[in-house]
Design a protein around this ligand. Structure first.
Ligand code: NAD
Ligand code: MG
Length: 399
């Protein structure tokens, strides 16, 4: 008889959260839902809590708590409602949970993801911003606590699948022996075939219309600018202990090959599949077993062809800025991520033009380079530089 894993889904109302609930509910013999969290959409959270039988929900403030209560119409007992950011971290570390899906968007998801790592959980990491801002702290926490770390980002999940392992998902201390380089694939997003000077007027709807993946709005804009791929290069650096010069990016518009590992003997291993996040989520949940995800078969004959091309760094300046930040150090990575979060929120609300996103990040990196270097050894240090960057970046937005 299988021991049931108790799963917590942080960011359950988002795109990754919904897909996680979908996979979990296919395997009632393996998983129960312990806790769910959301920042908004309390009705959806209440519906999810009822459907999954979650014992705990975490909401941002007392107003959200009241809204959640008003939507609880069932005669079944309501879940325990925990309030605030500290409650997110406490729930991630709760002894009642075994598996934590970290699917909050942005650096806001860092403290709770780190808490899960420190508490020795199986951490399913979708929140790439946590590794960008605090990769060294996060990986050290995984090692020290003996936590398991399963990358959920499709590229990193693909790479993980193409690397050898012994059935445990521990954090490596150096590049895997025999590996020459990691090759991340990128779809190129909705503006792949456009020139940079054609993009000044693009709208949030155009930027969020990803050709292959359905995702939250922030990551959709990041995919359009390819800053997402930049964050993923930094993520790969930490997850697989790989130096930046051994991480390459190739554009692959069909999103069928999710990434590759090249070995010293010239072999290249790839993971392929439909562009559906339930595959990496099921892999992380079931590891080392393979479990059903609801994703259908890959019809290669229907796909017809698989194309690959070199990314043009002039057309995708955010990709270049990300490599610059990774080479320059952790402070630059924190600034890159925080400035991007402000810029993307500004673009989505009409306070910034699409092409200004790269300019704002560039300016933030210049500014950060002039900030006296300080130790970034704790979560507080990281969050302080994150907050300072946001403060510095906000004046770029139009009122
Ligand atoms: P989303 O916007 O659809 O959902 C985000 C979730 O986080 C929601 O539940 C929301 O309520 C919650 N949230 C937002 N702000 C919060 C805050 N300040 N505090 C607490 N909770 C907050 O995002 P998504 O597309 O599901 O992406 C989630 C994470 O997974 C991101 O880091 C993204 O980069 C990563 N990711 C997503 C995909 C994808 O296919 N969607 C793929 C790879 C990686
Ligand atoms: Mg990805």
């Amino acid at each position: 008889m299988l021991k049931q894993s108790r799963v917590t889904i942080l960011g359950s109302t988002g795109s990754i959260g919904l897909n996680t609930i979908d996979v979990v509910q296919r395997h009632p013999e393996r998983f129960t839902v312990y806790a769910l969290s959301a920042h908004s959409r309390m009705k959806q959270l209440a519906d999810q809590a009822l459907m999954t039988g979650a014992k705990v929900v975490v909401v941002p403030d007392t107003q959200a708590r009241d809204t959640f209560k008003s939507h609880w119409i069932s005669h079944a007992p309501a879940p325990e409602i925990r309030v605030g950011a500290q409650a997110l971290s406490d729930t991630a570390a709760d002894p009642e949970t075994d598996v934590v899906m970290a699917a909050i968007v942005g650096a806001a998801g860092l403290p709770s993801a780190l808490a899960a790592a420190q508490a020795g959980k199986r951490v399913l990491l979708a929140n790439k911003e946590a590794l960008v801002a605090a990769g060294s702290l996060f990986m050290a926490a995984i090692r020290q606590s003996g936590a398991e770390l399963l990358p959920i980002d499709s590229e990193h999940n693909a790479i993980f699948q193409c690397l050898p392992h012994d059935g445990r998902a521990s954090a490596p201390t150096g590049p895997t022996a025999g590996v020459r380089r990691l090759i991340l694939t990128a779809s190129g997003g909705p503006f792949r075939t456009k020139r940079w000077d054609e993009l000044h007027q693009v709208t949030p709807e155009q930027a969020c219309a990803h050709p292959n993946w359905s995702m939250g709005r922030k990551i959709s804009v990041d995919s359009a600018t390819m800053l997402n791929k930049g964050l993923e290069v930094i993520e790969a650096h930490w997850l697989f202990a790989m130096p930046p010069e051994r991480i390459n990016v190739v554009i692959h518009p069909q999103s069928v090959v999710h990434s590759m590992v090249e070995y010293e003997d010239g072999s290249v291993l790839a993971q392929l599949g439909q562009p559906d996040m339930r595959t990496p989520i099921a892999y992380g949940l079931g590891f080392p077993d393979r479990i059903a995800s609801g994703v259908g078969m890959l019809d290669l004959a229907l796909a017809g062809r698989l194309d690959f091309e070199e990314p043009d760094l002039k057309q995708f300046p955010c990709l270049k800025l990300s490599f610059d930040a990774l080479r320059s150090g952790q402070g630059a990575c924190i600034a890159l991520n925080a400035a991007n979060e402000i810029a993307v929120a500004g673009f989505l609300s009409g306070a910034l033009a699409y092409t200004e996103i790269a300019l704002v990040i560039d300016a933030a990196l210049d500014w950060q380079a002039g900030v006296p270097e300080s130790a970034l050894n704790s979560l507080d240090d990281v969050m302080a530089l994150d907050a300072l960057t946001r403060q510095h970046t906000k004046p770029f937005l139009r009122a």
